[in-house]
Design a protein around this ligand. Structure first.
Ligand code: ZN
Length: 347
């Protein structure tokens, strides 16, 4: 089968070709609960650029060459002996982890922290290919209304935005404010999730006018241009005190300092984007009682909930499609800011 293979890291992302399109052996069923999915769409994610940069090298045990792609949806191609619930041709989206469903963390609903899990596209071969091996426990059957290529990025980008949006919504009352920093591939989903799950006023913060226009369509009430005066602008919208919740989808540059400065006392700063560093003195933490909350993808049941919202038209994905053979173009477009929303590779 054809796959876009990562052969070497490129810490500066300066090479014209990050991955190589080549013929590789098809994945095989290894365990009775394995399934092979024929990829309909594989989302291209900033995490893939971070993988190319080598940022994940020390975090996961993976040997090059391998195939990236952790946002996968498609159709069942083959199933292991222990799989009775799916048949060839069923449309599915794949939770990004092959979870060890027997792990205590899984049973408690903390899928991302279950021991013994594999992460196709990060720790094993992923979906920048025609076929993907995953586990039956990762699959969610898609309704006929949702095509795999249209929902693939929900497997990680959408799920992450849903996970953080649901956490924030639980603590937000009508009349309170939530600031969303960065209205890109995740941010535009996060705003729709917040609009669906709570009645807090959403303040969207972004450098780009086009992104702010998208934020408005998605349900933001206030639009703030990130022009170095965004902290003042958010304070002005929140009685000088800051928002009860701030969700930072950027997480690098001055976004973290600005995000913390927008968070009111006793409020919560949710960090999703990464690359930067959070620095805060202990005295600032105790006097303001702000909470800083990390967010890692989401659970299987949250992906089920997100598919419900997608099926009802409450959360829509803005996508940009590329052929699998154009994986390098998609990655470069993402790196150079030419992908405003979510890029999807189609074999
Ligand atoms: Zn991703």
């Amino acid at each position: 089968m054809k796959a876009a293979v990562l052969h070497q890291y490129d810490t500066k992302l300066s090479s014209p070709e990050y991955v190589t399109l080549e013929d590789v052996p098809e994945p095989k069923i290894q365990n009775p609960t394995d399934v092979i999915v024929r990829i309909g769409g594989a989302g291209v994610c900033r995490t893939d650029l971070h993988i190319v940069e080598g940022i994940w090298r020390e975090k996961v045990d993976v040997k090059l060459p391998y195939v990236m792609g952790h946002e996968n949806a498609g159709w069942i191609e083959d199933v292991g002996k222990g799989v009775t619930e799916y048949k060839r041709g069923d449309p599915v989206i794949c939770h990004p982890l092959i979870t060890n469903c027997l792990a205590l963390a899984s049973r408690r609903g903390h899928d991302m922290h279950a021991e013994g899990s594999e992460f196709p596209g990060i720790s094993t071969n992923g979906g920048y290919a025609e076929l993907l091996r995953t586990g039956v426990g990762s699959l969610i059957k898609l309704p006929q209304t949702l095509a795999p290529k249209d929902v693939a990025p929900h497997a990680d980008a959408g799920l992450t935005a849903y996970h953080v949006g649901k956490k924030a919504a639980r603590d937000l009352s009508p009349g309170e404010r939530v600031a969303v920093i960065g209205v890109g591939g995740l941010g535009h989903i996060g705003i729709q999730v917040l609009a669906a799950l709570c009645s807090a006023d959403i303040i969207a913060v972004d450098r780009s006018e086009a992104a702010l226009a998208l934020a408005k369509e998605c349900g933001a009430r206030h639009l703030v241009k990130a022009d170095e005066h965004q902290v003042e602008a958010v304070l002005e919208l929140t009685d000088g005190k800051g928002a009860e919740a701030v969700i930072d989808f950027v997480g690098e540059g001055n976004s973290i300092d600005n995000g913390l400065a927008m968070t009111r006392n006793n409020g919560a700063y949710y960090i999703v984007g990464y690359g930067g560093e959070i620095r805060i003195s202990a005295i600032d933490m105790i006097t303001t009682e702000r909470r800083i909350i990390g967010n890692l993808v989401g659970t299987y049941s949250e992906l089920v909930e997100l598919m419900e919202l997608a099926n009802r038209g409450r959360v829509n994905l803005a996508t940009q499609y590329y052929k699998l053979s154009d994986a390098n173009t998609a990655l470069h477009d993402l790196h150079h800011g030419k992908v405003r929303v979510r890029a999807v590779l189609m074999p």
